[in-house]
Design a protein around this ligand. Sequence first.
Ligand SMILES: [Zn+2]
Length: 206
Amino acid sequence: MNTTAHNCPGCGRDDLVQAVPAAYLAGRDSVTRRERNSDGDMRTVTRRVTTALAEALAPVPKEPTYGLGGLGLFAGFVSVATFLFWVFAGKAFEEVPDGAYFGEPPSGPDPDLSFLGWVSALALCVSLLVVAVLVRRRGEFARLTRGRHQAEELWSHGWYCHRCGTVHLRDVPHEDVRPLSLQEFREQVWQRGGYGDLAARQRVSD
Ligand SMILES: [Zn+2]
């Protein structure tokens, strides 16, 4: 499995030792297969599969999820829809001929519809807020992982033993060569990248 034969410091054997980048990439396969869809036709489907091991060996933290974007999109839609309805409904009231009303003809948009303007403005605020939050999160993540190439450098010296489930470092000066748990390896790598505190929060799930 390994290219440069050396023994795992945990079990003393070399047959199941694999370079961390190789183990990581092997666990991030695109699986392509033929599937039958709901109409009964065959089609080719490609899925991205990430194993728990590949996830545990990731040299950088997971990017924050952008699920909030759905809320922003919805708020934007509500804002536009209520605004249009407000404008057109208001026009419709205006265009009613005076004779159709008993008493005073209304001036301008019907006052009962003014709440639509508020709903529209509020929804617009929500969607703008969501955009601002997402842009900030993205920027923060990029800033946080600026040192990722240093982390990847150390990461590339890691060797994973499939028997022990541990990683040991090789050819890294001043680093111990004892077997590290996946969490310890993550802490060392992420520390090197300058985002070590995230390793405590995004722990390797056993
Ligand atoms: Zn081993």
